[in-house]
Design a protein around this ligand. Structure first.
Ligand code: URA
Length: 206
């Protein structure tokens, strides 16, 4: 029996995403390629309604090849769970796909430089094009700047913005959670905005 149109479209998008992730793993477009263990493309289903965008892989992500698996990742899982989401239901990626660090390996994580963010921008655009999420959630200053250039995260966090037929919901970075209960409360509160958007918005027909 042949696949339905919807099923074959899903299969096609999954294939396109696998091909894209494979190209990202081979990328050598900036200096970060030289120091990495591996590139870290996004993970998640091609038909995810929500795409989270972090800053860049850290040490543990570089080692495991998956985004948000370190300390910030554990709090990120808590935030997802607080609105009833599991990792497998959302797409999770970073503005920069390779780990920026200083010092002799393993070195210390550092923020990505503008040239590195610019070099990686095309990969993020391709992920957005394939997954076509209803809602994009940039987390932290670097990712927020990619979607809402010039806007201060302290002013826009938790406020949904319409852009190119999508909703952008800028949030603080989950690593902020290490600064204590007030920061964690702010993140949990901002996540509720996403939770209620997912409950009230109908999934777009695909
Ligand atoms: N911080 C990020 O921004 N991304 C990761 O993948 C891990 C930590």
């Amino acid at each position: 029996m042949g696949m339905t149109t919807a099923a074959s479209e899903t299969a096609g998008r999954e294939r396109a995403l696998r091909r894209l992730q494979a190209r990202i793993r081979r990328c050598e477009q900036c200096v970060l390629a030289a120091g990495r263990t591996q590139a870290v493309p996004g993970v998640g289903p091609a038909l995810a309604r929500v795409m989270f965008v972090g800053e860049a892989p850290g040490r543990w992500e570089d080692e495991r090849g998956e985004p948000f698996v370190g300390t910030a990742g554990r709090f990120f899982d808590t935030l997802l769970a607080s609105i009833g989401l599991g990792r497998g239901e959302v797409y999770i990626t970073n503005a920069v796909k390779c780990r920026p660090f200083v010092g002799p390996p393993p070195g210390r994580n550092r923020a990505p430089r503008p040239a590195e963010i610019a070099a990686c921008r095309g990969w993020l655009e391709e992920e957005l094009a394939v997954v076509a999420p209803e809602i994009v959630v940039p987390m932290g200053r670097v990712a927020v700047e990619c979607f809402l250039p010039g806007r201060k995260i302290s002013k826009v966090h938790g406020a949904p913005h319409r852009q190119d037929g999508r909703v952008i919901l800028p949030l603080y970075h989950p690593a902020l959670g290490r600064y204590g209960p007030a920061a964690r409360e702010t993140l949990l509160r901002d996540f509720q905005v996403l939770g209620s958007m997912l409950r009230t918005k109908r999934p777009a027909p695909r």
